[in-house]
Design a protein around this ligand. Structure first.
Ligand SMILES: [Zn+2]
Length: 125
């Protein structure tokens, strides 16, 4: 017997639908497989530590685990709240930031950590 599918009415539901089930930063299909879906996040465009709210629809975006990790606490619009009007500008700024960090390996702690652990695990080529 299968469980009934309950449609979530949360901020997550609204944002996930608006973002068409894709990571807003890299475009990855978050419904690609169960693992991808399970590791996706509802990212705070403006991080909570800069005043970004949990329940503001435009402050929440669908993001894959990798982009969310790379973005970290980057604030795309310093001193400005994310609203319907500033939404696409904020997404674009965060996209650029993530893209830059992905390209610039030495500045990306994510890449440094990966290389470190490859070495530690004896898997370096
Ligand atoms: Zn992504």
């Amino acid at each position: 017997m299968s469980m009934p599918i309950v449609k979530p009415k949360s901020v997550f539901y609204k944002a996930f639908k608006r973002d068409e089930f894709k990571c807003v930063y890299c475009g990855r299909d978050l419904l690609e497989n169960l693992d991808t879906f399970a590791s996706c996040h509802l990212d705070h465009l403006r991080p909570k530590k800069f005043g970004g709210q949990d329940n503001e629809e435009f402050n929440r975006v669908a993001a894959c685990g990798v982009c969310n990790s790379i973005k970290g606490s980057f604030d795309p619009l310093p001193g400005e709240a994310v609203t319907a009007e500033s939404f696409s500008r904020a997404v674009q700024a965060a996209r650029e930031y993530i893209k830059q960090k992905r390209c610039d390996e030495e500045r990306c702690s994510y890449v440094r950590d990966y290389k470190y652990w490859l070495e530690e695990a004896g898997r370096n080529r």
